[in-house]
Design a protein around this ligand. Structure first.
Ligand SMILES: [Fe+2]
Length: 220
């Protein structure tokens, strides 16, 4: 089977990802994690911006302006930009003269199962695929991509530390909540769940997922 990646992404997202020069990056750390959690529960969790202030209160949240993000739909895909508090340092400066990339995180959500986060100095790529040997479990494939390969002991130690922090947030914070979410949505007595008007990313995901399930040939 042949997949036309550019056509799947659409011109806007294709251009955005091309501008990242991803082909010049190398994968410095990767890990697979199998969880008894449906992949849609995990996608919902990673699309959601509101959990950061509570679930990541002591780790990620202090560095970001929480509960406010710039959202842009790109056909079936989407982009969410979050501002770091460090953006205050350049708030008064002429936007044309400031490198804003050091102060924002850009998340691209690639339907149906992939996220690419551009952090100031690296990329995080997260993919959900079926976990082998399970009926409903998900394998989370996490990768950190960096521009310059880590060669020296100091560089390797730096990325070891970054990876350990990322894994701790995932293991001790996101996955704890997501296991509880999976338990909750497995309850067959549960009434329909409604998203809030401001939960745009999650609404987008489910609308496009429904479209795909209605007719996989025409959901784009
Ligand atoms: Fe999270």
């Amino acid at each position: 089977m042949k997949i036309d990646v550019a056509q799947w992404l659409g011109p806007e997202l294709d251009d955005a990802l091309t501008s990242f020069d991803m082909d010049s990056y190398t994968c410095c750390r990767s890990g697979d994690f199998d969880e008894e959690i449906n992949w849609k529960v995990l996608m919902d969790a990673f699309l959601d911006g509101y959990h950061i202030a509570s679930t990541h209160a002591g780790t990620v949240a202090p560095y970001f302006y929480n509960n406010v993000q710039a959202w842009r739909q790109m056909g079936r895909h989407a982009r969410v930009v979050s501002a770091r508090k460090s953006i205050d340092k350049v708030r008064e400066q002429d936007p044309s003269e400031v490198d804003i990339n050091r102060h924002i995180t850009i998340a691209h959500f690639i339907m149906p199962n992939m996220s690419i986060l551009r952090q100031p100095d690296h990329l995080e790529v997260l993919t959900f695929v079926p976990a082998p040997g399970t009926a409903e479990g998900t394998r989370m494939q996490m990768r950190i991509l960096i521009r310059e390969p880590a060669v020296t002991d100091e560089q390797k130690a730096r990325w070891d530390k970054n990876w350990d922090i990322l894994m701790a947030v995932l293991r001790d914070e996101d996955l704890v909540v997501n296991r509880a979410l999976q338990h909750a949505v497995s309850n067959t007595d549960l009434p329909p769940l409604l998203f809030g008007r401001n939960e745009i990313a999650n609404q987008h995901f489910h609308q496009w997922l429904d479209r795909a399930l209605d007719d996989p040939r025409h959901w784009g």
